[in-house]
Design a binder for this molecule. Structure first.
Ligand code: 5RP
Length: 220
């Protein structure tokens, strides 16, 4: 296991403290979320089940014998735990490196508390060095790409990738995102955009950051 993996595992373990007994847990997607799923398996007898933000996470949860419920049957969730590709000290994030941004945003929005779990490399001053993922209805690809370019980005099609919802991803390079709340809304208003990877209007509530000095807890 790499040093970065050790940090991911440490924050995943720390996130277990935020899981209420007898709750249905919102679960994110990605390598850090996978560590969280593995930790969740240790306390599976203390929870009612999970709502997954992707087919991949659902498969991993079920592999551990954790019941996966549809969000429509689960009602509002007490907690959602997920990683991020970039996060600021305001707990605004870029997500979607794994392509699961739409379901992640849906499950996060149905959850009272968003606990973000990251290794220290994800903490940035300004979002945008990581290309911003935008999920797009396939027929709108060119039109959306032109509008993203007009906003100053360089959109690139994520080759050979289809989301769990049957759509494409445009990864937008070259953005320096000074106002993530405003840009999130602007992008959501482009026809053909399903979701963009800015999680700023509804950011995280708690960041568990894995550092070589231990897990740091940050809130806004
Ligand atoms: C997936 C995501 C992930 O949370 C993000 O990509 C971070 O992944 P990892 O924990 O593997 O670094 O948004 O769509």
């Amino acid at each position: 296991m790499t040093n970065q993996d050790e940090l991911k595992r440490a924050v995943a373990r720390a996130a277990i403290d935020y899981v209420p007994i007898d709750s249905i847990v919102g679960v994110g997607t990605g390598s850090t979320a996978n560590f969280f799923i593995d930790e969740l398996a240790r306390i599976k007898h203390k929870i009612r089940g999970a709502v997954a933000s992707s087919e991949a996470s659902a498969k991993r949860l079920m592999g551990h014998g954790i019941e996966v419920l549809p969000l429509n049957d689960a009602g509002d969730l007490q907690v959602y735990v997920d990683g991020a590709d970039e996060i600021t000290s305001h707990l605004h994030m870029i997500k979607g490196g794994g392509g699961a941004l739409t379901r992640e945003k849906i499950v996060a929005s149905a959850s009272r508390k968003f606990v973000c779990v990251c290794d220290a490399s994800k903490l940035v001053d300004v979002l945008g060095k990581f290309p911003l993922p935008v999920e797009v209805i396939p027929m709108a690809r060119s039109s959306v790409a032109r509008q993203l370019a007009a906003l100053g980005g360089q959109p690139k099609l994520r080759e050979g990738f289809t989301t769990d919802n049957g759509n494409i991803i445009l990864d937008v390079h070259g953005l320096s995102i000074m106002n993530p709340v405003e840009l999130e809304s602007t992008l959501d208003h482009i026809a053909g955009v399903v979701t963009n990877g800015l999680f700023a209007r509804r950011g995280a509530d708690v960041l568990l950051l894995g550092t070589t000095e231990g897990v740091k807890t940050m809130t806004v």
